[in-house]
Design a binder for this molecule. Structure first.
Ligand SMILES: [Zn+2]
Ligand SMILES: [Zn+2]
Length: 244
């Protein structure tokens, strides 16, 4: 109780001398704003317009309604039931995700969780999930980064949509791989094969899983996770991401 009081007083004192700034434009934040200012938030490329209901790719349609994109019509992704993306991976969103992953702005997980959960609710799928599963990080990578960015987002999404997070020990990355960004699309699939292992199938069996990651690029990593989970008895796997 006393420590809490001092902690709060300390935070207030720090705020007085170093008022919190917007992470993107450095403007002093008002009391209601958190991490980024409202103006920067409005500039985030959130996917609010028409998009593909299966993969969330923004598309242009004549009537402004959602419809299957060309790719999903010809060659639908078999790894995921659907993909829910909150934003496009460009502009300020790209910068924000970079701050989160590489500049230790860990608390941004709350903002990302909020926009992902809002999108899942809007798409009427939030209540179809039984379990949140972050893409596992190899322990050496986690130690280097200090946290698993996908697990932090899961933790923040969980209370918003009332879905539990899988224990870390149940689904692991067992093999260290070359970071996917350093490879071309073709070698990404072979690089990641066999990198994950389901240690406790009881959590996964018959569950409708929402796999959580930060960004979607070629889908090689998330695809490998999905196949692993389906092979271990998952009923379905969907993908929740900040941006695509
Ligand atoms: Zn700003
Ligand atoms: Zn699509």
């Amino acid at each position: 109780m006393i420590t809490k009081f001092f902690a709060r007083a300390f935070t207030a004192a720090v705020d007085l001398f170093y008022p919190p700034q917007c992470l993107l434009c450095y403007k002093t934040l008002t009391g209601k704003e958190k991490h980024i200012c409202d103006k920067c938030f409005d500039l985030l490329p959130l996917i609010n317009g028409p998009h593909c209901p299966k993969c969330s790719r923004p598309i242009r349609t004549r009537n402004g309604e959602n419809q299957l994109c060309g790719i999903c019509r010809i060659q639908p992704n078999k790894d995921f039931k659907i993909t829910v993306a909150a934003a496009e991976y460009q502009g300020l969103m790209k910068r924000l995700i970079h701050l989160y992953k590489y500049e230790r702005q860990q608390f941004l997980s709350n903002l990302f969780a909020r926009i992902i959960a809002e999108q899942a609710v809007k798409k009427k799928v939030a209540d179809t999930f039984d379990l949140l599963v972050p893409i596992p990080l190899h322990w050496t990578r986690k130690r280097w980064r200090g946290f698993n960015q996908a697990r932090e987002i899961c933790r923040s999404i969980s209370p918003l949509i009332n879905v539990p997070v899988i224990p870390e020990s149940a689904f692991r990355r067992v093999r260290k791989t070359t970071p996917q960004v350093q490879l071309n699309a073709a070698s990404r699939t072979s690089n990641i094969r066999g990198a994950f292992d389901v240690r406790k199938t009881k959590y996964i069996k018959d569950k409708n899983i929402a796999l959580v990651d930060d960004v979607y690029t070629t889908g090689a990593t998330s695809g490998e996770c999905s196949r692993m989970l389906l092979r271990s008895g998952a009923k379905s796997v969907s993908l929740l991401i900040i941006a695509r």
